[in-house]
Design a binder for this molecule. Structure first.
Ligand code: ADP
Ligand code: MG
Length: 250
């Protein structure tokens, strides 16, 4: 077996995929340049590390279960002038997570709540911070079933482990009382411990209706807003951008 083939096989055994890929072009370059061996070897190792980092970043984003992949750069701030762009850029540094601050995006449908929550989540997941995106209705269904089987604590423990949890669409459907209490337990467990991002189309004054109980709703709001950035968005739905669906627009 030639040394080259043996080297290729060995790189395969060690799963040094990127180095293996770069080997032919690197060997071509070596024959033409007078760069030092250390320099070339270091460049190959660096390329392997970068490749692995990027792969880990992508895997972490995939397992976070985002509804779509959209970033802050994809967001048109000029369309939604009530949003303070600087504030969002500051949040995207993830400084808020150090202080275990929560974020609530509040506004009517189509104003970019899920987009911004997802974009911040992608920032975190991209830095290999354990992140998970879940729809509120799905979470409540899980808590409701868990309550029936006496294992709410287990579900709370599961969602507590994520450094950043995104709970999307609070308030589209009224929820079960046991699930509401389970939700309170989750928020209380994450309070001052881990950051949570929530999106909602309902002002806090309506959360009593959402959770079917004013006392539980107030207890949830109390824990959430103690350390929290509430981003209120007042504007038109991006989904109807450019469409004249109202008579008066014509
Ligand atoms: P909601 O507030 O209902 O959660 P979304 O964030 O899901 O709304 O926005 C609806 C759609 O419009 C998504 O595809 C989102 O990416 C897009 N969108 C909303 N606002 C903007 C914006 N200002 N710039 C670019 N895309 C936007
Ligand atoms: Mg949404």
């Amino acid at each position: 077996m030639s040394t080259y083939i043996e080297l290729n096989n060995n790189l395969e055994i060690l799963k040094l995929t990127r180095i293996q890929e770069l080997l032919p072009s690197t060997l071509d370059e070596v024959s033409k340049s007078n760069r030092s061996f250390v320099d070339i070897l270091n460049e190959l190792v660096r390329a392997e590390i970068d490749y692995r980092d990027e792969r880990a970043r992508k895997i972490n984003i995939t397992v976070s279960s985002f509804p779509y992949i959209k970033t802050i750069n994809d967001f048109d701030f000029s369309y939604q002038p009530t949003i303070n762009k600087q504030k969002i850029l500051d949040l995207s540094t993830l400084r808020f997570m150090e202080e275990k601050t929560n974020i609530i995006f509040m506004g009517s449908p189509g104003t970019g709540k899920t987009h911004l929550a997802t974009a911040l989540g992608i920032e975190a997941a991209g830095q290999r911070i354990s992140t998970y995106f879940i729809n509120f209705a799905q979470l409540m269904e899980k808590l409701k079933n868990a309550a029936k089987e006496n294992r709410v604590e287990q579900v709370v423990k599961h969602y507590l482990k994520y450094s950043l949890l995104i709970i999307d669409e609070i308030g589209y459907l009224p929820v079960d009382k046991d699930a509401s209490y389970g939700f309170f337990q989750l928020i209380a467990a994450r309070y001052e411990n881990r950051s949570t991002i929530l999106t909602t189309n309902q002002p806090f004054s309506k959360w009593g209706d959402v959770f079917g109980d004013v006392v539980i709703a107030n207890a949830i709001i109390d824990r959430l807003v103690h350390h929290c950035e509430v981003i209120k968005i007042n504007g038109m739905s991006y989904r109807i951008k450019g469409k004249s669906i109202f008579e008066e627009d014509n």
